[in-house]
Design a protein around this ligand. Structure first.
Ligand code: ATP
Ligand code: MG
Length: 571
C-alpha cells in the first residue's frame, strides 16, 4: 500500500474517519487516546508513528492524549527508560499535560477485578507447569485441553489467589487464568493468564507486589479507568481484541473503550524490535541507545534529525491497515527537505588537500562575502577569510581526470566558491608518490567568482583558509545493516562493518568551532551535519545527519541517472 492509498478520500486516515464519525453521531464528545509504552527500552521511529497518531488525533479533535507506562513486567523495566521516554515524547513536540499514568497505579483495582472474575466463576488458579500449559494450549488447528484445575471452587480459587498475593508461593508456581474456552479458534481466548507470581521489585511499587497482571489483563482495563475512547494499537493486537472486549464486558469498568489496529511502521535497512535494539546496545555493536546509527529517537536526535522531519515523515507515510515496508530513502528525503530549508550553509573540508596560491601575496588576508542560505536572503551573509594557503577536498582534485571531471586537475581552472578562479600549475608529491599539495595561481580579476571577460569555468569547489581552519572530528554514518530486511533472528550477520567512518582531520570555517546555534548546518556540497555532545573546546565533533543525495540509493543502482549539479559538476 502506498502512502497515498492510506489517506482516505476525506484527506484523513481510517482511524481519523472513525473518530470524526463518532463525534458526528454524538457517540463521543471528548476524544481520549493514549500512548502506552512499556519502559523496557528507548523509543524508536516506529513509536514516533504511534505518538504522532495518538497525540495528533487529540490535538486535531480537541481531545486528550495520556502518556501511560505499561509497567507490568518489573524484570525488564527501568527508571532510565521512563525518563528517556518522557524526554523523547517532549522532544518530538507533544505534551501529555497532567495526564501521566502508570499501569502500576491500577494494581489494586486490577487485583479487585481479578477477584471479581473468580467470584463469577470466570477465573481460576492453575497449578500446571509452564510446559504443561503450553502442551495443553493446542495449536492453530487443534483445540486445547482443559486444565485439571479448571473446576476448582470459587472459595478455593479465592484462597489460593490471596495466598499468591501474600507471597506464599515461589515465582512461577501458579497462575491465575480466565475461564473462557480452551477450544476457541482464537488462541488468545484459551484461558489466558491474568496473573503470574514474580518475586521481583518494581521500579514504582517496590516490594508491594509479588504477583503481576499480564499485558492483556492490564491494558483494556487501564484504558477504561482513564476513559480512553479510542485505544489505538498495532495490528499484532488484532487477535487480542476479543479478549480486550471480554474483560470489559465481564467487569464493572467505568467506561467502554474500543480498540483499533493500524499497521506498524517497518523501515528498510532498519530493525525496530526492542529486543534487537537492546542486544545491539548490550552487545556493544553500537555505543549506546543514543548512538546516531540507532533508529531510536535519542539516536536520531543526536544525529541531527529535527523533530519536524520525523513528524513530516510520519504524516507522509499515513496510517494503513496492511503491513508494509517503507523505504528508508523516504525518511532521508524528509530529513533533507526540512534541513534544506532550515540549515545555514558553511564550508568544511573533510579530507583536506593543501593548496598554495603562488601569486597571492604572502601574509595577505582578505574577507569575502558568502551567503548563509541561497534561498533565504533574510539569513544574510558572512565574511570568510581568504589567504595564500587553503584546503580543498582531496576528491576535488584528480591528476589524470576522466573526460567529465569538471573539478581541479593539472592546467585546469575552477571557481573557488565566493572567491576566485584558480588554475592548477603543479602537483607536489611526497617520496611515496602521494599528492600532498597543489601549487595554483589565481586571477585577481575574478574576485567574488566571476570573470569580467565573461570566461566560464565548469566546476565550483569549496575551500577553507588554512590559517583560520578549525580541525574537527567528523563522523560519517551509513546504514547499520547491509540488507533491506535484516534477519532479526541473526542480526549480527547483517550488520554493516562500515556503518561508521571517522574523519579525524576535517577543516572547518572558524565559526563552526564554537557556535552551537549553527547546528544542524549544511557543509556545502557535502551534506547536513550536527554538532555532537562529544565536542570539546577547540575540538568540535560533528555527525553527518544525511548526505545531500541518496548515496545509498546510488550504491544500490536506484539513482543510476547522474545529472550535473547546479555548478554543472558530475559527482
Ligand atoms: P517491541 O514489539 O519491539 O517490543 P513494543 O511495540 O512492544 O515494541 P511498546 O513500548 O509496547 O513497544 O509500544 C508502545 C506503543 O507503540 C504500542 O502502542 C505499539 O503498538 C506502538 N508501536 C511499537 N512499535 C511500533 C511501530 N513499529 N510502528 C508503529 N507503532 C509502534
Ligand atoms: Mg508492547
Amino acid at each position: 500500500m502506498t502512502a497515498a492509498e492510506a489517506i482516505s478520500e476525506t484527506g484523513r486516515d481510517f482511524i481519523r474517519d472513525i473518530i470524526a464519525a463518532d463525534i458526528a453521531s454524538g457517540r463521543h464528545r471528548k476524544i481520549i487516546t493514549r500512548f502506552p509504552p512499556e519502559p523496557n527500552g528507548y523509543l524508536h521511529i516506529g513509536h514516533a508513528k504511534s505518538i504522532c497518531l495518538n497525540f495528533g488525533i487529540a490535538q486535531e479533535f480537541g481531545g486528550q492524549c495520556n502518556l501511560r507506562f505499561d509497567d507490568t513486567n518489573p524484570t525488564k523495566e527501568e527508571q532510565e527508560y521512563i525518563d528517556a521516554i518522557m524526554a523523547d515524547v517532549h522532544w518530538l513536540g507533544f505534551d501529555w499535560g497532567e495526564h501521566l499514568y502508570y499501569a502500576s497505579d491500577y494494581f489494586e483495582q486490577l487485583y479487585a477485578w481479578a477477584e471479581h472474575l473468580i467470584r463469577d466463576g470466570l477465573a481460576y488458579v492453575d497449578d500446571q507447569s509452564q510446559d504443561e500449559m503450553r502442551a495443553n494450549r493446542g495449536t492453530l488447528t487443534a483445540p486445547g485441553r482443559n486444565s485439571p484445575f479448571r473446576d476448582r471452587s470459587v472459595e478455593e480459587n479465592l484462597d489460593l489467589f490471596r495466598r499468591m498475593r501474600a507471597g506464599e508461593f515461589p515465582s512461577g508456581a501458579r497462575v491465575l487464568r480466565a475461564r473462557i474456552d480452551m477450544a476457541s479458534g482464537n488462541i488468545n481466548m484459551r484461558d489466558p493468564v491474568l496473573y503470574r507470581i514474580l518475586h521481583a521489585s518494581h521500579p514504582r511499587t517496590g516490594a508491594a507486589w509479588c504477583i503481576y497482571p499480564s499485558y492483556d489483563f492490564a491494558h483494556g482495563q487501564s484504558d477504561a479507568i482513564e476513559g480512553v475512547t479510542h485505544s489505538i494499537c498495532t495490528l499484532e493486537f488484532e487477535d487480542h481484541r476479543p479478549l480486550y472486549d471480554w474483560f470489559l464486558e465481564h467487569l464493572p469498568v467505568p467506561s467502554r473503550p474500543h480498540q483499533y489496529e493500524f499497521a506498524r511502521l517497518n523501515l528498510s535497512y532498519t530493525v525496530l524490535s526492542k529486543r534487537v535494539l537492546t542486544e545491539l546496545v548490550r552487545g556493544g555493536y553500537v555505543k549506546g541507545w543514543d548512538d546516531p546509527r540507532m533508529p531510536t529517537l535519542a539516536g536520531l536526535r543526536r544525529r541531527g534529525v529535527p523533530p519536524e522531519a520525523l513528524r513530516e515523515f510520519v504524516r507522509r507515510i499515513g496510517v494503513a491497515k496492511a503491513n508494509s515496508v517503507v523505504d528508508v530513502a523516504m525518511f532521508e528525503h524528509a530529513i533533507r527537505e526540512v534541513l534544506n530549508a532550515a540549515a545555514m550553509r558553511r564550508m568544511a573540508v573533510l579530507r583536506p588537500l593543501r593548496v598554495v596560491i603562488e601569486n597571492y601575496p604572502e601574509g595577505q588576508i582578505e574577507e569575502l562575502e558568502a551567503v548563509n542560505h541561497p534561498d533565504d536572503p533574510d539569513a544574510g551573509t558572512r565574511r570568510v577569510r581568504f589567504g595564500r594557503e587553503l584546503y580543498i577536498e582531496r576528491d576535488d582534485f584528480m591528476e589524470n581526470p576522466p573526460k567529465k571531471f569538471f573539478r581541479l586537475s593539472p592546467g585546469k581552472e575552477v571557481r573557488l566558491r565566493y572567491a576566485y578562479f584558480i588554475t592548477c600549475r603543479e602537483v607536489v608529491k611526497d617520496a611515496a608518490g602521494e599528492v600532498v599539495a597543489l601549487r595554483c595561481t589565481y586571477d585577481p580579476a575574478t574576485r567574488g567568482g566571476n570573470a569580467p571577460d565573461g570566461r566560464k569555468v565548469q566546476g565550483t569547489i569549496h575551500w577553507v583558509s588554512a590559517a583560520d581552519a578549525v580541525t574537527a572530528e567528523v563522523r560519517l554514518y551509513n546504514q547499520l545493516f547491509t540488507k533491506p530486511d535484516p534477519d532479526v533472528g541473526n542480526f549480527a550477520a547483517d550488520i554493516n562493518p562500515n556503518s561508521l567512518e571517522v574523519v579525524i582531520d576535517a577543516k572547518l570555517e572558524p565559526a563552526l568551532a564554537a557556535d552551537n546555534s549553527l547546528s544542524p548546518v549544511q557543509f556545502e556540497r557535502l551534506g547536513y551535519f550536527a554538532r555532537d555532545k562529544d565536542s570539546a573546546p577547540g575540538r568540535p565533533v560533528f555527525n553527518r545527519t544525511v548526505g545531500l543525495r541518496d548515496t545509498w540509493g546510488k550504491v544500490q543502482g536506484a539513482a543510476a541517472v547522474r545529472k550535473p549539479d547546479e555548478d554543472g559538476d558530475i559527482k
